[in-house]
Design a protein around this ligand. Structure first.
Ligand code: SAH
Ligand code: SF4
Length: 344
C-alpha cells in the first residue's frame, strides 16, 4: 500500500525524497505545498516538474477530503458534508457572526462515547480522522467564510463529530499544522478543543506547551446526574476532571469553558445552578448555556425559557460569567450534536 504523503513530518519527507534521488529542497517545497499552501493534489504543485509530480503520484497517495454536500442556512451558517478517501462522510460547520466566523470541525467519524443526548453518539465509531483530514475541513470551511464575508475564519472549535481526546495524536498534529508558521499560521488562542472530560487527555494537552482553549461538555453539575447522561463520567468523575482542568489552567493561563445544555426538569433547577456555581469556584472559568437541539429517539427536552432565565440569573447574581449560546443553522441541522450524517 502507498503511504499518504501527508503522514510524513518535514524530516521524514526529506528522507523519502532522498530515497527517490531528489534533493532536500524539493522535499521542502512539497512540505510547503501541503501545509502552507494547502494543496489538495500533486497536480497543483506547479513549481515541480511534471515528471516529479507523476513520480510522486506513483509513490504516494494523497488522501484529501472533498466537499460532498453543501447546505446553507438562512442565518448564513454553512454545513458541509465531506467525503474521505474511503467514502466515509464527516461534517463540519462554518458559523458567521458580526465580527467573526467560526469553523466547527470533526475529529472522528462517529463517536465511541454514547452520551444520551447526542446524535453523533448514536452512530458507530467508524474511525479516527487523520491530521490532514482535520486540517482539510478548516481549509474547506475557510473558503465558505471568505465567500460569505470576504474575511477568513477567525476561530476554530473541535466540536463536530467525535471525541478529540480519543484521537489525541492526530488532533494535536492538526492543531500544529493549523497554527504553525509552516502551516496556516492561525493564533493558538483562536482554537478551542471540546471534550466530554477525559482526564488523561486534558492533562496531556496541558503539557503540550500550547495556548489553545479547552471546553468541557459538563451538562450536569454532580456525578450522580452526570452519570445518567454521560457514561464517560463513571470512569472520569468530576473531582478528577476538575483537578485536570485546574492543571490545564495553571499550564496555559486560559480559563476553561463549561458547556451546559439545559434540559427540562433534569438539570435546570436552582439547586443545579448552585452546584454549577460551586464548580466555577474551583477553576477559573466561563459558562456557556447551550440550547438543546432535539434528537430523534431522545426523551430529554430543552428547558423552558423561564427556568433558563432563572437559572442564568442565579449564576449572574453570584458573578459567574455566563453566556447564552443561541443555536445556529437550525434549519439545516447544523448545530452541535446534530452532526450525524443524516444522508447516510
Ligand atoms: N466530543 C466532544 C466534542 C464534540 S460535541 C464533546 O462532547 O465535548 C460538541 C458539543 O455539542 C458538546 O458540548 C456536546 O455535548 C454538544 N451536544 C451534543 N448533543 C447536543 C444536542 N443535541 N444539543 C445541543 N448540544 C449538543
Ligand atoms: Fe461523543 Fe461528544 Fe457526542 Fe458525547 S457529546 S457522544 S463525547 S461527540
Amino acid at each position: 500500500m502507498k503511504n499518504d504523503i501527508r503522514k510524513f513530518s518535514a524530516e521524514e519527507m526529506i528522507a523519502e525524497f532522498e530515497k527517490m534521488g531528489e534533493p532536500k529542497f524539493r522535499a521542502k517545497q512539497v512540505h510547503e505545498w501541503l501545509w502552507k499552501k494547502s494543496a489538495r493534489s500533486f497536480e497543483e504543485m506547479t513549481n515541480l516538474s511534471k515528471e516529479l509530480r507523476a513520480k510522486m503520484a506513483e509513490q504516494f497517495s494523497f488522501y484529501s477530503v472533498t466537499e460532498n454536500i453543501v447546505q446553507k442556512s438562512l442565518d448564513g451558517t454553512v454545513k458541509l458534508g465531506m467525503k474521505l478517501h474511503d467514502e466515509r462522510l464527516v461534517e463540519g460547520v462554518m458559523i458567521p457572526d458580526d465580527e467573526r466566523s467560526t469553523a466547527c470541525v470533526s475529529s472522528q467519524v462517529g463517536c465511541t462515547l454514547s452520551c444520551s443526548f447526542c446524535a453523533t453518539g448514536f452512530l458507530k465509531r467508524e474511525r479516527n480522522l487523520e491530521a490532514g483530514e482535520i486540517y482539510d475541513q478548516v481549509v474547506l470551511l475557510n473558503k465558505h467564510a471568505l465567500a460569505h464575508s470576504g474575511k477568513p475564519l477567525t476561530n476554530i472549535v473541535y466540536m463536530g463529530m467525535g471525541e478529540p481526546m480519543l484521537n489525541y495524536d492526530n488532533v494535536m498534529q492538526s492543531i500544529r499544522y493549523i497554527t504553525s508558521p509552516e502551516g496556516l499560521n492561525m493564533a493558538q488562542k483562536r482554537i478551542t478543543v471540546s471534550t466530554s472530560g477525559i482526564v488523561r487527555g486534558i492533562r496531556r494537552m496541558a503539557d503540550e506547551g500550547m495556548k489553545f482553549n479547552l471546553a468541557l461538555s459538563l451538562h450536569a453539575p454532580t456525578d450522580e446526574k452526570r452519570n445518567k447522561i454521560m457514561d464517560i463520567n463513571q470512569s472520569n468523575p468530576l473531582d478528577e476532571v476538575m483537578d485536570a482542568l485546574n492543571y490545564f489552567y495553571e499550564k496555559t493561563g486560559n480559563k476553561i469553558t463549561f458547556e451546559y445544555i439545559l434540559f427540562d426538569k433534569f438539570n435546570d433547577f436552582i439547586e443545579d445552578a448552585e452546584h454549577l456555581f460551586d464548580l466555577t469556584e474551583r477553576v477559573p472559568s466561563f459558562v456557556n448555556i447551550i440550547e438543546f437541539n432535539n434528537v430523534t429517539g431522545v426523551d430529554l427536552r430543552k428547558a423552558k425559557r423561564e427556568n433558563r432565565d432563572a437559572f442564568v440569573a442565579h449564576l449572574r447574581n453570584k458573578n459567574v460569567n455566563v453566556a447564552i449560546r443561541r443555536s445556529r443553522g437550525k434549519d439545516i441541522d447544523a448545530a452541535c450534536g446534530q452532526l450525524a450524517n443524516k444522508n447516510e
